[in-house]
Design a protein around this ligand. Structure first.
Ligand SMILES: Nc1ncnc2c1ncn2[C@@H]1O[C@H](COP(=O)(O)OP(=O)(O)O)[C@@H](O)[C@H]1O
Ligand SMILES: [Mg+2]
Length: 249
């Protein structure tokens, strides 16, 4: 029996991030000639840029957390580390159960395959068997509202259509942790509302959510907790409304 906190969420951690560091190399040269000249002059060819600089937090099962911060503060990098798309240079990231990341529109989709084929591909990436996917196929297509284009190659899809399909697959899989990066801003208003309602349902069903969005009022309503990043460091971790206040100041 998992223990529960006073807010009714399980206190068994779902995601644990321990002193995570992630550097990216910034190149200073753009051609072979420049590289050669820089090497001869013994100038550095790259510098390390600290995208994440000693980040630690733990998310309990069933918590909804808003990851906040200005552009370039490290939010997407953090989500990619949780989903396993990236690995940390230092520190550790652990996530329990199936993690579904809606991280980049179109990630996990193959342009030359149809929407139908991509549903199976994407679901497999999320850990579903062919049979499980077949059983949910109709629901996935119905939620996406792109029935007419389901046999069209996805390279002809708009970003909004991508979003619909990717979102629909993710929410019909047996996920434990759902990561959402910005993508809610891609769709049109009615679809956004439908997604939001579904995300609330998943949260109600005890799924763990980590959400990044420009819509600060939406995320602070959806999520009880906010983690504010600034230049790759956690500067606040607590009530989401307070986190948003701090960010706006
Ligand atoms: N693959 C990459 N190569 C080099 N720099 C990167 C890469 N990904 C992210 N960065 C840099 O790391 C910083 C943090 O990026 P990101 O996590 O995308 O921030 P956010 O999502 O908060 O806007 C930014 O300065 C960005 O330019
Ligand atoms: Mg980002």
């Amino acid at each position: 029996m998992p223990r529960t906190s006073d807010r009714g969420v399980s206190v068994d951690p779902s995601v644990v991030v321990e002193d995570v560091h992630k550097d990216f190399k910034l190149r200073h040269t753009h051609s072979i000639k420049e590289t050669f000249v820089a090497a001869v002059k013994r100038k550095p060819l790259t510098t390390d840029f600290h995208a994440l600089d000693g980040v630690s937090f733990s998310i309990a099962q069933g918590e909804a957390v808003a990851l906040l911060g200005f552009n370039g503060s490290g939010k997407s990098t953090m989500l990619k580390l949780i989903s396993g798309v990236l690995t940390p240079d230092r520190g550790a990231v652990r996530a329990r159960g199936r993690v579904a990341g809606l991280i980049e529109v179109g990630a996990g989709f193959h342009p030359d395959l149809s929407g139908r084929e991509n549903i199976f591909l994407n679901a497999a990436i999320l850990g579903m068997t062919k049979r499980e996917t077949e059983a949910r196929f109709d629901d996935i297509v119905a939620f996406s509202e792109i029935e007419k284009f389901i046999d069209t190659e996805v390279k002809h899809y708009s970003s909004g259509m991508f979003l619909r399909l990717a979102f629909s697959v993710a929410i019909h899989t047996e996920v434990d942790v759902l990561l959402i990066d910005e993508i809610l801003s891609v769709g049109d208003e009615p679809f956004q509302q439908k997604c939001l309602a579904r995300i609330r349902e998943l949260h109600g069903a005890g799924k763990t959510l980590v959400v990044v969005s420009h819509d600060l009022d939406m995320v602070s309503n959806l999520c009880e907790r906010g983690i504010l990043l600034r230049e790759g460091k956690v500067v606040f971790d607590g009530d989401s409304k307070q986190a948003v206040e701090l960010m706006r100041r």
